[in-house]
Design a protein around this ligand. Structure first.
Ligand code: SAM
Length: 288
């Protein structure tokens, strides 16, 4: 990288399976002069494994501004730097965003490499068909704040979004309890744990059955988790597909969620197959 202009490379690393390191990631790490790591002790073995001899500097959530200045100084010296985190993609529920902003402000290119990310890996195996997803990351640790945050996601604006959360094993039971109390038993919950590792599990169940699944086997509570909750519309859709006469019931639910008349009628038609005009007229009556 000596002849190329200096840049900051944002380099994802495996979530657990070393074979998920991309050839481009290895190539970049071997060519840069410096690797900025969330935890140098954690990343050193990985870098050694791939024959990376770059010098390491620490860039974690408590020193991001200082690390940014060090990185800009290296770039000013004409040396390229790669940024990695402990696992997955930097700046996704991990440090990196502020540092990237500082490097860009200093006028240097930031080059992102695609690669492992727990949220996207879990989504790809979820089987959920929502047209959108919302990546939330970690919920607040305290139950009250967590449930307040979840209630904001339960409303109409996010009805067609799958909701993606990160969770650690010591809070999984509490967090699933909060999901159940806010979203109710009918939505689908996807547990994606230990992705790419020996005990990888992707378990899909109605939210009402999720606490039972966690309790059924102590192993179910271990490891790193991605949790994905289906959108409100998809649970309505699975309910209504069992009964074609449900247009009005679905329409009422959508109006109760605060959707405007036109949108509620359109969605009730799309979900249940009930006549669009009838849904619209009925929605007007219900709103009145
Ligand atoms: N930057 C990472 C990414 O790109 O996914 C996320 C880092 S965040 C500090 C760590 C969280 O990611 C874990 O608590 C867990 O929720 C999720 N995670 C990381 N590795 C995972 C894995 N192998 N299986 C399931 N979830 C994982």
């Amino acid at each position: 990288m000596t002849e190329e202009s200096p840049a900051l490379y944002v380099v994802p690393t495996p979530l657990g399976n070393l074979s998920d390191m991309t050839p481009r990631a290895v190539d970049v790490l071997r060519r840069v002069a410096w690797v900025a790591c969330e935890d140098t002790r954690h990343s050193a073995p990985l870098l050694r494994h791939f024959g990376v001899s770059a010098r390491l500097l620490a860039a974690h959530e408590h020193n991001e501004e200082v690390a940014a200045r060090q990185i800009v100084a290296r770039l000013n010296e004409g040396e390229s730097v790669a940024l990695v985190c402990d696992a997955g993609t930097p700046a996704v529920s991990d440090p990196g965003a502020r540092l990237v902003a500082r490097v860009r402000e200093a006028g240097f290119p930031v080059v992102p490499l695609p690669g492992p990310c727990a949220a996207v890996t879990a989504l790809s195996a979820s089987g959920l068909t929502e047209p959108h997803f919302l990546f939330y990351g970690f919920l607040p640790a305290k139950a009250r704040q967590r449930e307040t945050a979840l209630r904001e996601l339960a409303g109409a604006p996010f009805a067609s979004y799958a909701l993606v959360f990160y969770e650690a094993p010591h809070r999984i039971v509490e967090t699933v309890g909060s999901l159940l109390s806010v979203f109710g038993p009918q939505r689908t919950l996807v547990f994606a744990r230990e992705l790419t590792k020996l005990f990888e599990t992707v378990h899909v169940c109605p939210l009402g059955e999720a606490p039972g699944w966690l309790e059924a086997d102590a192993k179910h509570q271990r490891g790193e988790f991605v949790l994905i909750v289906s959108g409100a519309l998809s649970s309505l859709s699975s309910l209504s597909s069992a009964d074609d006469g449900e247009g009005e019931r679905v329409l009422k639910l959508l109006l109760d969620e605060g959707l405007p008349v036109k949108q509620a009628a359109k969605l009730a038609h799309a979900i249940t197959g009930a006549a669009k005009k009838a849904m619209y007229d009925r929605a007007l009556q219900l709103r009145e």
